[in-house]
Design a protein around this ligand. Sequence first.
Ligand code: ARG
Length: 261
Amino acid sequence: MCAPEHFAVEYAINPWMDLTVGVDVALAVEQWDRLRHTLVDLGHDVHVLTPQAGLPDMVFAANGAFVVDGTVYGAQFKHEQRAAEAAAHREFYQKHGWHFIAPSETNEGEGDFAYLPEAHGGLILAGHGFRTELPAHAEAQEALGRPVVSLRLVDPRFYHLDVALASIDDGNVAYFPGAFSAASQRVLAQLFPDAVLADDEDALAFGLNLVSDGANVVLNSDATRLAGKLKAAGYTPVPVELAELKKGGGSVKCCIAELRP
Ligand code: ARG
């Protein structure tokens, strides 16, 4: 994770970013810190990156890389405004001895990649259409040695996979079908017949931008119906408020890069 000390909306690279709306940095830090504490209280180790001035989106740590079984596939940001973030993530992984593979294709890390270790023997889901480019899906498959299933995102409000789909345990997902092309919806229905489906309102409240440890699902507090569906499916929803970061176009999952040793 990376504290939003320098969080701002200084450019607009997704439809959620409105340059006329001010950001309350103190509130953003407070909400982010509550998210961090929530994870620690659930028993997780949280490492933090040092926030850098001039990189207002660095709080969205999920975009910096994608890790599967100790191998790290680095990010290469689509927009020049965020390009420098990749080096901070790379430095973290290299310093801690992870096997790091540098990308040569445009991809935004866990923003567009999800890993399901128990689905069909270990499956990577990958989004394209807005940020991560298709050649990066093939590159990730070669880097990580897991089959990659490409899914096309079609609604600019869901510009990353992780705002439209999330793994809720090692083998199942929750998603909003309307964010995907008709063909990709069929692929998802075939692969995940028992998926939890979110409605548009919960998806637009960033409900799917969640993290799960397989039992506890930490999600945006506005996504109340999705929380109910997860509860009915046997999970424990853990709602957190992250309204300030929504101004940058992100929520819970965007703030967290998952380490998979
Ligand atoms: N403002 C950031 C961007 O548009 C938000 C990134 C959100 N991160 C995510 N994993 N969806 O790039």
